[in-house]
Design a protein around this ligand. Sequence first.
Ligand code: PLP
Length: 361
Amino acid sequence: MVKKIKLFDPVIDTSEKKAILQILKSGFWASGAGVGNVLKFENKFKKYIKSDECVAVNSGTAALNLALSLFDIKNKEVILPSLSFVSTAHCIIENKGIPVFVDVEPETLCIDPKKIISAVTKKTRIILPVHFGGMPCNLNEIQKIAKKYNLDIVEDAAHSAGSMYHNNKIGTHGQAVCFSFHPVKNLGMPTGGLISINSSKYKKFKKLLMERRWCGITNRKGSNYDVKEMGWNYYMNEFSAAIGIEQLKKLDNSNSIRKRIGKKFNEKINVEIKMPYNEDCSYHLYWILVKNREKFREKLSENGIETGTHYKPIHLMSMYKKNQRLPITEKVGKQIVTLPIHPNLSKKDIDKIIRLVNKFI
Ligand SMILES: Cc1ncc(COP(=O)(O)O)c(C=O)c1O
């Protein structure tokens, strides 16, 4: 039987197992108010990325929903790429805003700043870039546009735990930056997410986020508490936080292995259009474009190599469908293949992926 090379494979050892057992035994599994391991994880992640504040939640989707709830986007437009996971757009609808999809840059598959400018209208309120595959977007240009048109930036950093931009970690640039700790991510948990806040203008955000992640509960003193506004059950659980603390210790090492593989793929894979090499990227994904995609994937699968197709463009989903053309996104949506790039790959696995990709292309 051919050995299977998985597309994603979390890096774990006995430390995660020990952490889980401790929580199990403690009987203290949930922490709505954010105490115990959740608070510990928030502080450690904040120190790691060097941001102003961090609030942990139970998914990247929850992080996006809550982050957007901080800005009044009702009937306002939010500019985002269509090449992303659907929750990048759902969070706008959840907050009664209007998603405005723009195309991506062909080299990085990150949102194209030039296309953002042409999409800005009087109704625009937020720019929501996605650091695709961990590749940092052109935040300098995006910040210039935001400043010019008085917009806020909420980043989708679901792929970017540990990515850098201009010597600072992703998570320190936008007003609110949303991470996902879904099990396949570079920092994985059973389920989890986090919002990093960086804005002296929005000091009140942390308190609001902490209330809204736990059903809007405020003024909690013993059994006496109040609810003044809407909130959700979005808090992170203790198991996730305890695993997150262990995963964070491994993140830099895992990311440097991913980078090494990304560099090798970039040098050795003979495909015309492929993910570039960038020292600042966390390489959550490694992508190539392939014309005869399904046949190509089938061949790799027969040889034990699992691949992905991140993503079907959101503007082509029935829920979002309009008469809009985004040529680069649509081409990518048809041709993208993502390859295994996790730190558990052996040298033999990596060489096999390169050899077979080059053979079947
Ligand atoms: C780009 C992007 N945004 C948002 C999300 C949502 O994160 P989660 O699955 O943790 O809700 C994901 C996760 O898959 C993602 O890849």
